[in-house]
Design a protein around this ligand. Structure first.
Ligand SMILES: O=C(O)CCC(=O)N[C@@H](CCC(=O)O)C(=O)O
Ligand SMILES: [Zn+2]
Length: 342
């Protein structure tokens, strides 16, 4: 396969509109000796000419209408193919939900980011099939990190609502004694993220899957707000683009963060919608991280009322229209981190 199938946004374009082009795996070696393996529509593995230092998964478009990260990743792939980015690490780049991108929707049948860690079993929706393929591909990718190389996964998203803190990260629950990493706070802060949300329990998200299954440093990175393709203000993503480029092209890009400048929250309540008459009790345009006084009614459904349990409890990802049983609201409270890993 020659580079015309990959350059100038062609990989994403063909993956979306002529996925059969990539029905068979194909490989391309660039003049700078970087190898690009096309594993499936929307999935490429990039191997540096030099010995790979880190194993980095960059995923985007797990929700099809979250376009800014898709545009960033596609541009990065173009730059890799053109040779203006020369990778020093092994990269698995994933464009998640291709049909949902074409429909301009979050998903076609169901939310793919609730289908990992085996939750895709017992069904055959397009999202379930894709989640299984993504799990298998990530497993094969990290299995090659036999020398104990650093494993990283940044799952890039944008949020439905405005947010008081425009860029924030959901850090998957670390139930295995691992501590959050100072180096990762540094990298994410360099991307423009100033707010971190520590999960309190396992989930079925993509970033939790990589974190729990492969001991990767995994993150859901919210880079801004959902907008259609072509309508993103790329100035707002300049720091994220530059830092992601530095991450893949420098041997060990390790900017430091000043922890006292970062906002850290922990999840206090995970409120799942159990009834069709689930309602939120704050305005539709209340941004993420709006906080409330103790006792304020936040959400209700027949048989249950959900209130702020403490002063300063803030809302994140409110969505009354999620499928029954799914998360309709997270509440978070400020916290501090006593100890970090390197
Ligand atoms: O803005 C929203 O309501 C959703 C944005 C989004 O897709 N967020 C992710 C977060 C995943 C996580 O908790 O790690 C999601 O809901 O899947
Ligand atoms: Zn998303």
């Amino acid at each position: 396969m020659d580079s015309s199938f990959l350059a100038n946004g062609q990989f994403l374009h063909l993956s979306r509109f002529q996925p059969e082009t990539f029905a068979n795996q194909a490989s391309l070696t660039l003049p700078n000796h970087t190898t690009i393996d096309i594993l499936a529509p929307g999935i490429v593995e990039v191997t540096p000419a030099s010995q790979a230092g880190k194993f980095i998964v960059l995923s985007c478009g797990v929700h099809g209408n979250e376009t800014a990260p898709i545009e960033i990743c596609s541009d990065m792939l173009d730059a890799i193919v053109e040779g203006t980015i020369i990778v020093q690490h092994k990269i698995l780049m994933i464009f998640g939900n291709l049909p949902a991108m074409n429909a301009g929707e979050r998903f076609i049948e169901e939310n793919m980011n609730r289908l990992f860690s085996g939750a895709h079993q017992n069904g055959s929706s397009p999202e379930r099939q894709r989640a299984k393929l993504l799990e298998d591909t990530v497993a094969q990718f990290f299995a090659k990190a036999v020398g104990g190389e650093e494993r990283l996964h940044y799952d890039l998203h944008t949020a439905i609502r405005d947010s008081k803190n425009d860029k924030f990260v959901v850090m998957p629950y670390l139930g295995d004694g691992r501590l959050p990493s100072a180096k990762q706070f540094g990298f994410l802060a360099a991307c423009g993220v100033d707010t971190f949300l520590l999960s309190s329990a396992p989930t079925t998200t993509f970033s939790y899957f990589s974190s729990a299954q492969f001991k990767a440093r995994g993150f859901t990175v919210e880079l801004g707000k959902v907008r259609p393709f072509g309508e993103n203000d790329m100035r707002s993503f300049a720091a994220a683009r530059a830092s992601l480029t530095a991450l893949v092209s420098e041997t060990d890009y390790a900017p430091a963060a000043t922890m006292s400048e970062l906002l850290v929250y922990k999840v206090n309540q995970v409120i799942n919608r159990q009834h069709k008459d689930f309602a939120l009790h704050f305005s539709d345009d209340a941004p993420n991280f709006t906080d409330f006084k103790q006792g304020t009614l936040l959400a209700s459904e027949p048989g249950a009322e959900y209130v702020a349990q403490q002063d300063g409890e803030a809302i994140v990802f409110p969505n009354a229209k999620v499928a029954l049983g799914q998360r309709a609201l997270l509440t978070v409270v400020p916290t501090t981190l006593e100890t970090l890993d390197v």
